[in-house]
Design a protein around this ligand. Structure first.
Ligand code: RIB
Ligand code: CA
Length: 330
C-alpha cells in the first residue's frame, strides 16, 4: 500500500533577493512539499526597495501568484546598512533582464503580515529566513506570543568555520548581529544552514546546463542568474563555481534527509573587535552552554539539485502555459 505524501509544510520566506534568494523562492513555490504562504523582504544584499522589487520580479517571471510580498525593515537594528552590491550587483539581481513586475506589494509591514499569518493559520508555520534577521528579531520582540506559533526557524546564515563577508563572519549574521543574537537566544526551535554546508551546493557548469536544458524562459533566467553570481564569486573568492546558499534552507524543510544536522550551542559574537557577527558553534559540547540549534553539516548535493531543477521546471512550464510575459528583449 503506497504511503500518501505528507501534507505540505506551511512556510514563510524572509529574504533579500539576491540571486540565491531568487532560487530559494522558486524552490519553495515549485516544490509540493511546502506551502509558501508569504514572501517578506528585508534590507541586506541591497536596499529594501530593491530587494522588494526583486522579490516581485521573481514572482512575476516564475508565475507565482497569490503569495503576498510584504516589505519589512530597511536597516539593521543597531548598525548602518552595508549592502552586498559587489556580490549581487547594483540592482541586487544583476544578470538577466526582467519585465516590469505584475506582482504587487502588500500594504502591511512584513512583521505585521507574519504576525497575522501566525495568528490565523490553522497550524504552526515554519519561518525560512535567508537574509539578515532584522524582521524576525522584530517579530519576536514586538509579538513574543508568536514564538509558540512558529513550528521552526530554518535559516541560512552563520558558519561552523570561516565567514565570507570577512574571515570571521557570514554576511546575513554580520549584517545585523543584534538581530541574530535575539533569534538564537529566543528558544524557538532553530536550524542553522551555514556556509559550511551551503558551500557544498555548488552551481557547476553541469548544473547550469540542467537549467538551460529545461527549454523554458525561467530555466534560462536561472542560468543567467547563476552565470552572474559565478562571475562575482570567482572574482571575490576565487570559487570556480558559486555556492547557492539560500535554497539549502528551503531544501531542509522540503526533505530533512537532504541536509544532515547535529545539535549544538550557537552564540553570536557582538563585541569582538575582529570577530563581531561570528557564529560560535560548540560542536563538541566543550562550553557547557545548552543546545539551542540544529546545525547543518552535510548536503546531499545530487538530491538538492534534483529538487531545485524540478521545481524550476514545474514553475517554468506552468508560467508558459498561463502566458507569463517573457523577460524584456536585449
Ligand atoms: O552569506 C550568504 C548569504 O548572504 C545569502 O543569503 C546571500 O543571499 C546573502 O544574503
Ligand atoms: Ca539572502
Amino acid at each position: 500500500m503506497p504511503v500518501p505524501p505528507a501534507p505540505p509544510v506551511p512556510i514563510i520566506i524572509d529574504c533579500d533577493p539576491g540571486h540565491d534568494d531568487a532560487l530559494a523562492i522558486m524552490l519553495a513555490a515549485g516544490d509540493p512539499a511546502v506551502d509558501l504562504l508569504a514572501i517578506t523582504t528585508v534590507a541586506g544584499n541591497q536596499t529594501l526597495a530593491k530587494t522588494t522589487l526583486n522579490a516581485r520580479r521573481v514572482c512575476t517571471v516564475a508565475g507565482i501568484a497569490g503569495v503576498p510580498v510584504a516589505a519589512g525593515c530597511d536597516r539593521p537594528l543597531v548598525q548602518p546598512l552595508d549592502v552586498a552590491d559587489d556580490v549581487h550587483g547594483a540592482s541586487g539581481l544583476d544578470g538577466p533582464r526582467f519585465p516590469e513586475p505584475t506582482v504587487g506589494v502588500a500594504p502591511e509591514h512584513a512583521v505585521d503580515l507574519i504576525h497575522r499569518i501566525l495568528r490565523e493559520h490553522p497550524e504552526p508555520v515554519t519561518l525560512v529566513p535567508t537574509a539578515p534577521l532584522t524582521n524576525i528579531a522584530l517579530l519576536l520582540t514586538r509579538y513574543p506570543e508568536d514564538a509558540a506559533r512558529i513550528r521552526e526557524i530554518v535559516l541560512m546564515g552563520g558558519s561552523t568555520e570561516r565567514g565570507n563577508r570577512n574571515p570571521a563572519a557570514e554576511f546575513n549574521i554580520l549584517s545585523d548581529p543584534e538581530a541574530a543574537d535575539i533569534v538564537f537566544r529566543s528558544g524557538v526551535p532553530l536550524t542553522m544552514c551555514g556556509l559550511n554546508v551551503t558551500h557544498q551546493a555548488l552551481a557547476t557548469p553541469e548544473v547550469l546546463a540542467r537549467f538551460t536544458g529545461l527549454g523554458t524562459e525561467l530555466g534560462q533566467i536561472c542560468a543567467d542568474l547563476l552565470t552572474y553570481f559565478a562571475s562575482t564569486y570567482r572574482e571575490l573568492w576565487g570559487f570556480p563555481d558559486p555556492p547557492l546558499h539560500d535554497p539549502v534552507a528551503v531544501a531542509r524543510v522540503i526533505d530533512p534527509g537532504i541536509v544532515r544536522c547535529v545539535e549544538a550551542n550557537v552564540v553570536v559574537e557582538l563585541r569582538g573587535r575582529y570577530t563581531r557577527g561570528a557564529t560560535v558553534v560548540d560542536l563538541h559540547r566543550r562550553t557547557g552552554r545548552p543546545v539551542n540549534a540544529r546545525v547543518a553539516t552535510t548536503l546531499d548535493a545530487d538530491r538538492f539539485w534534483d529538487r531545485v531543477v524540478t521545481a524550476v521546471c514545474a514553475l517554468g512550464r506552468r508560467a508558459e502555459r498561463i502566458g507569463v510575459r517573457p523577460a524584456e528583449g536585449p
